[in-house]
Design a protein around this ligand. Structure first.
Ligand SMILES: Cc1cc2nc3c(=O)[nH]c(=O)nc-3n(C[C@H](O)[C@H](O)[C@H](O)COP(=O)(O)OP(=O)(O)OC[C@H]3O[C@@H](n4cnc5c(N)ncnc54)[C@H](O)[C@@H]3O)c2cc1C
Length: 404
């Protein structure tokens, strides 16, 4: 039985479910066919633009942004079940609704910390779905789960900043529509407070010295729908000082603010992925016979399906509790729960997807079912936005501190 949400959420859920059935699922095959015919695989298939136009027309747009003027004005608790539905088709639905990472996190940063001029130049076209964006923090040379390691330099030079560094796994950057990078680097590499050395700065894609060098793979996939994950090199990249976001030394704090909502959104969508996996498992189990009976009658298959259902119900409640806490006591107050869902959800959903692959036999690892690609996407979320172990360490420290 479905959880009952408030009237506005239920109304939006109904419309979103209909949008998924009528437009998104049928577009999955078309999008792949169109992409195969594009001049560059990084361009956006026309059907994605058509989906965006239809979603916007139906008011299913910018649902992630709690602000009522810039976004849809939904709380995290209201957005959670909607994001879950988009996770059932993670390549298309979040983009169709202008609710895809990394743009959502970047829009939140701009909404919270940008000047009016920066908002006009970058936030407005992002909210209109006219351009895409990237967030560039991770570096190949240093363990980047520790943000104090970041080596990219953002050096003040008169009225400009000059940026030098190398980043990788920068999601979205292969897409030519990605016109703006939020770059994290050090403005005070020798500053006394290691959490005040970093700053964030806006770097337009066409700035001389910015080179999108190559697409990094994800278990062999290039992740075209997310605009890939690029290696990006910055060589003497010069931008006006007015491109700094917030104040010098504020980068670390902005990164923390950005990641709270980003993490819960990923978990909401992962639950949708798990629901799709359960549906595919059940359909396969009743339609395929081995050794004289349908797979659905094998005890082991029943255990997989039952365990998956139990896990999804548990995860959903934890995500909803976290969303409710973020709404009521703020992201700081929900810190432990945000870390708990970030640890629990990708791990459990990877497991469910793995069983779904197993149930589909060879087909499970191939391209005729979405399972293999969903597995790869879910697996990366044990690394992206901070590896499991970093969250476990910090959660455990807070837990233990109460007893010393
Ligand atoms: C698909 C994908 C998309 C991504 N998108 C982006 C993006 O858009 N922008 C961006 O900037 N980055 C992005 N990343 C990078 C991601 O955020 C980093 O990979 C992550 O923060 C870890 O940094 P690292 O890879 O340098 O690993 P490292 O910091 O080198 O860590 C390696 C491993 O060491 C272990 N470890 C580290 N610290 C601890 C600890 N304290 N205790 C115990 N074990 C520990 C963990 O097992 C960890 O996985 C993406 C990554 C992937 C896979």
């Amino acid at each position: 039985m479905d959880f009952a949400f408030d009237a506005r959420t239920e109304e939006l859920r109904g419309r979103l479910l209909a949008f998924m059935d009528e437009y998104v699922y049928p577009a999955e095959k078309t999008a792949d066919e169109q992409r195969a015919r594009l001049a560059s695989p990084w361009d956006t298939p026309q059907i994605v633009e058509d989906l965006k136009a239809e979603a916007r027309r139906q008011g299913l747009w910018n649902l992630f942004l709690p602000d009522a003027e810039y976004g849809a004005g939904l709380t995290n608790l209201q957005y959670a079940p909607l994001a879950e539905i988009t996770g059932r088709s993670p390549q298309l639905a979040p983009t169709a609704l202008n609710c895809a990472a990394p743009d959502t996190g970047n829009m939140e940063v701009l909404f919270q910390f940008a000047t009016d001029e920066q908002k006009k130049r970058w936030l407005e076209p992002l909210l209109a779905g006219e351009i895409r964006s990237a967030f560039a923090m991770t570096e190949p040379e240093v363990a980047s789960s520790d943000a104090t390691n970041i080596e990219t330099r953002i050096a003040r030079d008169g009225g400009d900043y000059v940026i030098n560094g190398r980043k990788w796994y920068i999601s979205g950057a292969m897409n030519p529509d990605c016109e703006i990078f939020i770059v994290m680097g050090k403005t005070a590499p020798d500053g006394p407070d290691i959490r005040r050395q970093q700053s964030m700065i806006l770097v337009p894609r066409d700035t001389p010295g910015l080179e999108v060098r190559r697409a990094m793979r994800v278990y062999g996939y290039e992740d075209h729908y997310h605009g890939g994950h690029a290696e990006v090199v910055f060589t003497d990249v010069r931008v006006p000082a007015a491109n700094l976001i917030g104040e010098e030394g504020g980068g670390f704090a902005i990164a923390q603010a950005r990641l709270g909502p980003g993490r819960i959104h990923h978990c909401m969508r992962l639950i949708g992925m798990a629901e799709r996996a359960i549906e595919l498992m059940c359909r396969r189990a009743v339609s395929r016979t081995a050794f004289g009976k349908p797979l659905a009658q094998q005890g082991v298959v029943q255990n997989w399906i039952a365990d998956a259902r139990v896990t999804v119900e548990q995860l959903r409640l934890l995500v909803l509790k976290t969303a409710w806490l973020m709404d009521t006591v703020g992201n700081r107050g929900a810190h432990t729960e945000i870390q708990a869902i970030k640890i629990a959800t990708p791990r459990a959903v990877v497991d469910i997807l793995d069983r779904a692959v197993q149930l589909h036999g060879a087909g499970g690892v191939g391209q005729d079912f979405p399972l293999a690609e969903l597995w790869a996407a879910a697996r990366t979320l044990r690394l992206a936005d901070g590896p499991d172990e970093v969250h476990q360490r910090s959660l455990a420290r807070r837990e233990i501190k109460r007893y010393v």
